[in-house]
Design a binder for this molecule. Structure first.
Ligand SMILES: Cc1ncc(COP(=O)(O)O)c(C=O)c1O
Length: 365
């Protein structure tokens, strides 16, 4: 068996040709492929607008600016995520306020009311690993307290909640196209989805130095556009995304079936009537995580940890905010015990069976 990587982005001839066509025929910046990619993405997600930007982090940052976050405004988010989630709040001069996670590895909505203060401005739930957060409860709290909600959809392209795509469930959804995500643009890239025309117009200004029309700058903006060549690749990737999400769901089903007999493993949450995850990652938990990870590596199965340290315990967050271990026990437990099994659309049955065989061998030793 060859080495099984944790993730494997697809790059095919059609994508290569789309990239070359764009390079030869379009403007490098804000070319035709950018408009087309945005149209296609909005249609797929089910929003009126989609605005492409230079990364997922930039998407979150500009969304916060577009929501009029003011200096020191507090944004309630979650301790267990990629650091970009809360860094974007700091980039926008806001203050991240962390909640711990629930048993689904997502923001514990019961903790949110206790975190609301006079300075609260919004919430940023994360659909981590492709599992939709409890959006009904989050939106109810937001409405009651006059807060905005921005979804971090960096890992959740294609996941649905009550039959609606993540990215349609709040004022803005922010996606990443980093190489290992459910789809990529073969480089950095991001997208913001919204139904609000005013916000869409503002985001278009923000990503392009506030310029409209040419040489007229009405707000202070940034260089934060998605390159045309990346948009051209993204358009083709998007065409395959529904098939890839289906493949991820089938792989998850197989993992659930073949690993359910191992008592020492806690499997991730599965599908429910309300939530259809996209299984960006297939996260398992075990007290023997480090030993299992090494054993699988010795057997050419490469697994990763997302994430070994909850955000508040990163050195810079400890330094800035004085967080101490013990404040977010469930996130700590996830960081200490979780690992993700290989998950990519063309993972084949032989590989899945081999992974299962090796995991069983480890626990039967
Ligand atoms: C949950 C989460 N939020 C935000 C980001 C930031 O996206 P990017 O790497 O495109 O800036 C990522 C991905 O890296 C992520 O996983």
């Amino acid at each position: 068996m060859d080495v099984i990587p944790p993730a494997r982005p697809v790059f095919n001839k059609e994508m290569e040709e789309a990239a070359i066509y764009a390079l030869r025929n379009e403007r490098y910046i804000l070319g035709e492929s950018v408009d087309k990619f945005e149209e296609d993405f909005a249609k797929y997600i089910g929003t009126d607008y989609a605005i492409s930007v230079s990364s997922g982090t930039t998407a979150l940052f500009l969304a916060l600016i577009a929501a009029d976050l003011t200096i020191g405004g507090e944004i309630i988010t979650v301790a267990s995520s990629y650091i970009a989630t809360s860094n974007s709040i700091l980039h926008a001069n806001g203050t991240p306020i962390f909640c711990d996670i629930n048993d689904e590895y997502l923001i514990d909505v019961n903790q949110i009311p206790k975190k609301i203060t006079k300075r609260s401005r919004g919430m940023m739930p994360v659909h981590l690993y492709g599992h939709p957060a409890d959006m009904q409860e989050i939106n109810d709290i937001a409405k009651k307290n006059d807060l905005f909600v921005i979804e971090d959809c960096a890992q959740s392209h294609g996941a649905t909640y009550k039959e609606k795509m993540t990215g349609t469930l709040s004022s803005m959804g922010c996606f990443s196209f980093y190489s290992t995500k459910n789809m990529t643009v073969c480089g950095d890239g991001g997208m913001i989805t919204t139904n609000d025309k005013k916000i869409a117009d503002k985001l278009k200004l923000l990503r392009n130095h506030g310029q409209h029309p040419k040489n007229v700058h009405t707000i202070i903006g940034y260089t934060a556009r998605l390159n045309t060549v990346n948009a051209a690749i993204g358009r083709v990737q998007l065409k395959y995304l529904p098939i890839w999400i289906e493949a991820r769901r089938n792989i998850a089903k197989k993992y659930f079936n073949i690993l359910s007999d191992i008592e020492e493993i806690i499997l991730p949450p599965g599908d429910t009537n309300e939530k259809k995850p996209s299984y960006h990652l297939f996260e398992i938990k075990t007290k023997k995580r480090d030993e299992l990870l090494n054993f699988l590596k010795e057997n050419k199965i490469i697994c990763l940890i997302h994430y070994p340290t909850p955000i508040p315990y990163q050195p810079i967050y400890k330094e800035l905010f004085g967080y101490k271990e013990g404040a977010f026990p469930k996130s700590e437990e996830l960081s200490a015990q979780s690992m993700d099994l290989p998950m990519f659309p063309d993972l084949i049955n032989d590989q899945i069976n081999y992974i299962s065989e090796k995991i069983h061998e480890f626990f039967n030793r």
